[in-house]
Design a binder for this molecule. Sequence first.
Ligand SMILES: Cc1cc2nc3c(=O)[nH]c(=O)nc-3n(C[C@H](O)[C@H](O)[C@H](O)COP(=O)(O)OP(=O)(O)OC[C@H]3O[C@@H](n4cnc5c(N)ncnc54)[C@H](O)[C@@H]3O)c2cc1C
Length: 407
Amino acid sequence: MTAKPKHTYPVVIVGGGMAGASLSLALTRQGIACAVFEAFATDMPSQPSFDDRTVALSASSLNILRNLGVSDDFMSVAEPIEQIHVSEQGHIGFTRLNAKDQGMQQLGAVVENWQLGKVLHKNIKQQELIDWFAPTKVLKLEQQSDKAQLTVETADGESKVEASLVVLADGARSPLRKSLYIDSRTRDFGTSAIVCNVATQQPHHGCAYERFTADGPLAMLPLTQNRMALVWSKPNDEVENYLALSEQDFAAALERDFGARLGRITKVGKRAAFPLIQQQAETLFRGRCVLVGNAAQSLHPIAGQGFNLGLRDVAYLSQCLGGLEGDDYGAYQVLRNYEHKRHADRNKTVWMTESLARLFSNAWSPMSVSRNLMLKALDITPIAKDLFAQQAMGFNFENSELAANDE
Ligand SMILES: Cc1cc2nc3c(=O)[nH]c(=O)nc-3n(C[C@H](O)[C@H](O)[C@H](O)COP(=O)(O)OP(=O)(O)OC[C@H]3O[C@@H](n4cnc5c(N)ncnc54)[C@H](O)[C@@H]3O)c2cc1C
């Protein structure tokens, strides 16, 4: 951690969560120096990005992490996803995707956010091009035609920092995005995700389960040490009750919704809940400030696409900046190019996630019948299954250089 910020940086990243930390590493790969300002100290339990949640990373995200140079550390703490099983409670239709059928060793991997944070921070510490400040909060952002100026609050008090480009990676709420008058389209699903890790009687064999229940989707993702990470959608007004249940009653309720695929739920870890709100900023830049990760869009976790999409923002932005002849990283054409390159993937992923969330959170019976037919059709139609698998692996879009498999 650097003690005091310099007066000027080529690039400043606000927010050292999953997107900001990944971007700082991607920029060093292009030889670009940056400062990262993160409001929470790295090892604080309250660090909001690197908490106890888990993240399912697609095969294309694994390529990006490999190209950022963190793959060896990462794979030792992540569990590969070898198959995905999709089903609906109360119906017999289901579909199963296998890595082998797609000619892959794994469809993706699951890791605890705090473990991913440890891996990223270990690599960031080794980079001279990254000045990392935490805890340091950015209070204010002002723009001029040739630079942006930030007011930052460190332990020593306030100071001013200038940059050619400011990247907002400060999460979905992003008050700084609002201070730039960038509107976002918001959809509140009226539900929350209950998350915790559980142990089951039978081993998971690298299978990720997505199950649709009357209250909404339930995901059980394979974790290391034969644990499963639960993401269970429930209406907001029921969430407190589920959090307050005894371990035994919670396990019994989960068995009712998930079924007996993995036998009994034998252990339930610490529970937490996250309200499910989808947001998409109307534009990705204003002046010399650009958005990545949740600051640009936050998604319903139904398809596990939020950070995967954010990591693709990171890959494209670093590619746009790395290809420059000069060093005016915040120039209009550069940021316009980034926005243009992100347009299709972003709109498609947001649309797909929102449609899935609507389709699979509706208990109306004709909808339930069509869902079930859809799952059956998906299971017996190879082309549809391949397209579904490509989207799940994050390959159904124009690849950035960082997502390319160089092996
Ligand atoms: C229940 C749940 C399950 C999920 N599962 C998946 C999954 O399986 N796969 C997937 O791809 N995605 C998943 N996601 C989405 C994923 O968690 C997010 O996309 C990811 O956390 C976004 O990272 P970020 O760095 O953009 O934002 P954040 O994680 O919100 O980080 C923002 C950072 O900015 C800092 N910050 C904020 N303001 C300031 C300031 N003014 N100054 C300095 N620092 C500041 C914050 O302290 C924080 O560290 C899930 C989300 C939820 C809620």
